[in-house]
Design a protein around this ligand. Structure first.
Ligand code: ADP
Length: 317
């Protein structure tokens, strides 16, 4: 879809980290040292990954509010975002290092991640820029919670739709959840918010938001929109690195909603983009372009696995 002048912009407010990635046979257990193989750095951070995903999905201009240090790690993060077409609103923190993440990537595509937030921790409640032309604000939890809540409140008051990816998992005040239009969580994050009794539909119903999506890795996702439930199986791919799958899902989902797509169409787009993101290394570097997503969607029909996903969600297929 081409960008129309009237397309609502997506504003992402969140984290940017430089990812230091080592591949290894397995993730070390506590106290264990594992001899890894190749080492590479990749631009990452949930906010920046989601901004790149929204921009590459196309159709809606994408902006990002982020905080960076004044150091060598900041440059590749700015370059990656700009190359994807994201307009940047940078709060430069001279006294803090740019955020970094240490990622051990196991051969089975599992990962273990430690984040040092650095400058991200200084993103302040009054840092949100003017919201003119913004249709959707996309937030995550790698920046301070009081800032996330302040941005959500300002956006809601301005009539901007607020999407929260409640990751990494943490308990949230109900007052914050009540500001959210669309909540995106994985299973662990959902359990952290509303408990886990094995019933995903009941868990989604307990969230005080009009629309909630739970992503289920290679199984796909389920969404509750009001009273309606939508299932979207994952597209099968040979997964080499699932880092950034959830971020790609969120960015592609919000770009589709900002283009005016209905939720089931946006979920299918997000599933295709995130599947493709699993088949290449890195977070931002693995986010597919719109043309790749469209090619997968055109050739795929419905993703297989609907019956298995329905059973997992406690529904008849
Ligand atoms: P997170 O990375 O936040 O934990 P998930 O693992 O649930 O999120 O993945 C988010 C989405 O990415 C899934 O809903 C699915 O569409 C897609 N995805 C994840 N893993 C795979 C996979 N192995 N194959 C295909 N798609 C995947």
């Amino acid at each position: 879809m081409t960008e129309s002048p009237a397309a609502a912009a997506v504003l992402v407010a969140g984290s940017a980290n430089l990812d230091f990635v080592v591949r290894a046979a397995h993730i070390p257990a506590p106290g264990e040292t594992v001899l890894g193989r190749d080492f590479r750095t990749f631009p990452g951070g949930k906010g920046a990954n989601q901004a790149v995903a929204a921009a590459r999905a196309g159709g809606a201009p994408t902006r990002m509010l982020l905080a960076l240090g004044d150091d060598a790690h900041a440059r590749p993060l700015e370059d990656s975002l700009r190359a994807a077409g994201v307009s940047l609103d940078i709060r430069r923190q001279a006294a803090l290092p740019t955020g970094v993440a240490f990622i051990c990537l196991a051969d089975g595509a599992e990962n273990a991640i430690t984040v040092a937030p650095g400058a991200n921790a200084a993103l302040a409640p009054d840092d949100l820029p003017a919201l003119d032309g913004v249709g959707y604000l996309l937030l995550q939890l790698e920046t301070p919670l009081d800032s996330v809540a302040a941005y959500a409140a300002r956006a809601q008051a301005a009539g901007v739709r607020v999407v929260l990816n409640a990751a990494p998992a943490q308990a949230l005040p109900e007052a914050l959840l009540r500001l959210i239009d669309v909540l995106v969580v994985n299973e662990g994050e959902l359990a952290m918010l509303v408990g886990d009794d094995g019933d995903l539909i009941a868990a989604l119903a307990r969230l005080p938001v009009p629309c909630a999506v739970v992503t289920l890795g290679a199984a796909g996702c389920m969404a509750r929109e009001g009273e309606a439930l939508h299932l979207q199986p994952a597209f099968p791919v040979e997964a080499v690195d699932t880092t950034g799958a959830g971020d790609t899902f969120c960015g592609a989902l919000v770009a589709a909603l900002a283009r005016g797509d209905a939720l089931p169409v946006a979920l299918r787009d997000a599933a295709a983009a995130s599947a493709l993101a699993c088949s290449a290394l890195g977070a931002q570097s693995s986010v597919p372009a719109r043309a790749q997503v469209q090619a997968l969607l055109a050739g795929a029909g419905d993703a297989p696995g609907r019956a298995a996903l329905a059973a997992r969600c406690g529904l008849a297929a």
